[in-house]
Write a protein that binds this ligand. Structure first.
Ligand code: OAD
Length: 260
């Protein structure tokens, strides 16, 4: 089978590809890749029953991010923000990693070099067994002190009295990167390193509108990585990537690992 690079993508050349050939192309590239980076978004956890943000039943359809996911909102009404995150914690606690999360663990096991960048805060990649990963938007099961900045795992947040730090007594906040806040410098550096060194980037289940993650496919393309996207539909990055596969992550990601 011909391998399509940038200059000769099937949709540009008008060549007719047999059904499933894009899937086969990504599978072959993945099997040959020595250095793989994966970027995931809420779509991968949608198959576990965790709500996305911008889809039909997305959280930002029913809630205003300004009221719940900004430092100003937390300053104004910490209890409301904690109640919302606790509601999400309770929901996520009932969910399990799905076949796509598990296939990514298997990819990490097989690839000589591998890194997973996730925008998800649900911790499902970790639960599945992923180890080389950056949770660039934080983790809903962690808390951070607003006073001394210490980060702790804390599964039980006492909403009635609001949680306080064991070290300095200041108010604890969810360890989440809110709108208007910056990603950790260490995470940004790690992302830059793995995006620039990978020979294949797989982008799974993200709407591609929240930066800096929305720019990661372009960074990998700059250094000639092969970039494939898996999503239910087209995204703003679809015209930039080498292959867009449309379908559910839980169906497609496992197929990429095994001969079809
Ligand atoms: P979005 O909710 O914006 O996008 C989810 C994407 O997943 C959409 O493009 C869907 O088409 C796709 N999708 C849904 N179900 C899928 C499935 N079963 N298989 C494959 N794709 C599927 O979520 P993100 O792009 O992750 O920030 O959003 C980025 C950030 O915006 C989030 O991390 C969050 C939010 O505000 C923070 O929480 C800090």
């Amino acid at each position: 089978m011909r391998v399509y690079g940038d200059a000769a993508r099937p949709e540009e050349t008008g060549q007719i590809m047999p059904p499933g050939s894009n899937l086969e192309l990504v599978r072959q590239r993945l099997a040959a890749a020595r250095n793989i980076t994966v970027l995931t978004g809420a779509g991968i956890s949608a198959d576990s029953g965790v709500p996305t943000f911008r889809g039909e039943d997305g959280l930002w359809r029913s809630y205003r991010a300004e009221d719940l996911a900004t430092p100003e909102a937390f300053e104004r009404e910490p209890r409301l923000v904690w109640e919302w995150y606790n509601w999400r914690r309770e929901l996520i606690a009932t969910k399990q990693p799905n076949a796509a999360h598990l296939a990514i663990v298997e990819l990490e096991r097989r690839a000589p070099a591998f890194w997973l960048i996730t925008q998800n805060v649900d911790g499902l990649h970790r639960d599945a067994g992923s180890r080389n990963l950056s949770e660039i938007h934080g983790n809903i099961w962690k808390v951070r002190c607003t006073g001394c900045n210490v980060v702790d795992e804390n599964r039980d947040v006492p909403i009635s009295i609001l949680p306080s730090c064991h070290h300095c007594g200041a108010l604890l906040r969810p360890h989440i990167v809110w709108f208007g806040e910056s990603l950790l410098t260490t995470d940004l550096q790690q992302c830059s390193t793995v995006l620039r060194s990978c020979d294949l980037l797989l982008v799974i289940g993200t709407s591609g509108v929240v930066y800096p993650a929305a720019g990661f496919a372009a960074v990998a393309k700059e250094t000639s990585a092969f970039v494939a996207e898996i999503n239910l539909g087209p995204t703003p990055q679809s015209s930039l990537v080498d292959v867009s596969l449309q379908g559910r992550a839980k169906d497609l990601v496992p197929l990429l690992l095994d001969p079809i």
